[in-house]
Write a protein that binds this ligand. Structure first.
Ligand SMILES: Cc1cc2nc3c(=O)[nH]c(=O)nc-3n(C[C@H](O)[C@H](O)[C@H](O)COP(=O)(O)OP(=O)(O)OC[C@H]3O[C@@H](n4cnc5c(N)ncnc54)[C@H](O)[C@@H]3O)c2cc1C
Length: 450
């Protein structure tokens, strides 16, 4: 019997996965539902369509984690990067592309490959046998989403993200903030100090509410809100419902004592919860928002202790189908309960064109290796690809898991390079040098027989 890899979804992840597999000699069928079945965001029947911006973000592979991911995908002969480079547009330090030429070129290259078949069909059930990658993205069709929910459970597949901003722990001012869980709850010292707390006076709270109400917001796109529910209200919508709503909600000061001023009761408290096992990232609890990015940094830096905060990612609420990968997937991107099925792309809980394509690259190589009787381990967490896969399949907190962009907060910290703003450039260079060496070694490694 022919050993074929089946890929559902010919987007950023599915296209890259297919390219990697055929380059390893494994035949591939891409099952793509467009243009027969449409989504609210895609406009064409092409593979790898860019649904919104035409930017692959920073191309700086020495000081930026996305730029480093570009470097790694180029080193692995990635199709998405090759076509993005070929159809790039002038955009300063960013990699912007001519979107139509880019997706037409990806489509043409894959359709012309003798080992690739493109089947125009919506897949509506999870297959019982064969080797599969599901890369159906944030707008996975309803039928397939229901089938996935059938095997993962209701709570393990989300239809919206509700992303609270994530802050680099080492940019919080600990002369103002302190570590404490509400009512000192927890069995261990680690649990009793699980949150970072930022106190506010009455004047600071009132000014913060004014800024929230005045900030620029983005709107939902037509067709995007189906299924949106009250449980993830944006923080500014809570503030619109009454000036005190937040003080009785996510900013309530009860059960907390300011370690720096124990006698002064804060009027409100902003809490940040640890977001990864490394303890390098903290999310601002309950602060999902539709504020525009520029407004977010301005408003959130009004919070005492966060005046100089660095944001690993800003908040948002979007239509987004994604798995609770930390509980469902193993480190080879396989569904633990159905190991013949891998997931790749945004549905695994990464966010962005580049991150989605990178997860496709990895899943394509892993699946092809498996078909060839080999076992390919993921790249080490010191690399951008490795940091992402380790985060979504293990490092992230499963209970609060939300989609993640690549950022240096996901990397194991460097012990021999000084922290602080002044040393940032050296630190990023050290991260990217270490990643490039480790990624090159991973690429050169020949997978062991399974
Ligand atoms: C509205 C919107 C705007 C976005 N804007 C940006 C942005 O500006 N920049 C950015 O970096 N990221 C953006 N993203 C996030 C994300 O990175 C992109 O959506 C990216 O394309 C995800 O790649 P993917 O391969 O996982 O999914 P996609 O590129 O969406 O590919 C999934 C493919 O699967 C197909 N499919 C779905 N269900 C089935 C099925 N049952 N059977 C067969 N085929 C199926 C779809 O038609 C699609 O072609 C946006 C997302 C959305 C929803």
């Amino acid at each position: 019997m022919e050993k074929r890899l089946n890929i559902v979804g010919g987007g950023m992840a599915g296209s890259e996965a297919a390219w990697q597999a055929v380059n390893m000699g494994v035949p591939v069928t891409i099952h793509e539902m467009r243009p027969g079945v449409e989504t609210f965001a895609h406009k064409t029947g092409d593979l790898a369509e860019m649904v919104c911006s035409n930017s692959f973000r920073s191309d700086d592979d020495e000081a930026n984690a996305v730029g480093l991911l570009h470097w790694e995908m180029r080193a692995a002969d990635g199709l998405i990067m090759e076509m993005a480079d070929r159809h790039s547009l002038p955009a300063g330090g960013a990699l912007a592309v001519d979107r139509d030429a880019f997706s037409a070129a990806v489509t043409e290259r894959l359709r012309a490959h003798p080992l690739v078949k493109v089947e125009p069909a919506e897949i509506t059930t999870l297959p019982d046998d064969g080797t599969w990658i599901i890369a159906t993205g944030p707008l996975t069709s309803g039928n397939l989403a229901e089938a996935i929910r059938g095997v993962t459970g209701q709570q393990s597949l989300a239809f919206f993200d509700a992303i609270a901003p994530i802050v680099y722990a080492d940019t919080v001012d600990m002369d103002t903030a302190w570590l404490q869980s509400r009512y000192d709850k927890g069995e261990t010292e680690e649990e009793r100090t699980a949150y970072l707390n930022c106190p506010m006076t009455r004047d600071q709270y009132e000014a913060f509410i004014d800024a929230l109400l005045a900030a620029d917001k983005t709107e939902f796109k037509p067709g995007e809100t189906a299924g949106y529910f009250d449980g993830c209200l944006p923080i500014e919508v809570m503030a619109e419902r009454g000036r005190e709503t937040l003080r009785f909600g996510p900013m309530k000061p009860v059960g907390l004592t300011n370690a720096h001023q124990p006698d002064v009761k804060p009027y409100a408290v902003v809490q940040l919860r640890r977001d990864n096992a490394l303890g390098t990232l903290y999310n601002i609890v309950g602060f999902q928002t539709k504020m525009k990015y520029g407004a977010q940094t301005e408003v959130f830096r009004m919070i005492p202790g966060l005046e100089k905060a660095g944001f690993a990612r800003l908040g948002g609420i979007h239509r987004n189908t994604f798995l609770n990968s930390p509980t469902l997937l193993d480190d080879r991107m396989r569904l633990k309960t159905h190991p013949h099925i891998r997931f790749a792309g945004q549905i695994t809980g990464v966010e962005g064109y580049v991150e989605s394509a990178a997860m496709g690259l990895l899943a394509g190589r892993m699946a092809a290796a498996q078909i060839l009787g080999r076992d390919l381990p993921p790249p080490p967490p010191q690399t951008a690809t490795g940091a992402l896969i380790h985060h979504i399949t293990g490092g992230a907190e499963a209970k609060t898991f939300q989609p993640m962009n690549v950022n240096f907060g996901l990397f194991p910290p460097l012990t021999d390079v000084k922290g602080g703003r002044r040393n940032r450039k050296d630190r990023y260079k050290a991260y990217t040098d270490r990643a490039k060496a480790d990624y090159s070694a991973w690429l050169a490694h020949v997978p062991e027989p399974a």
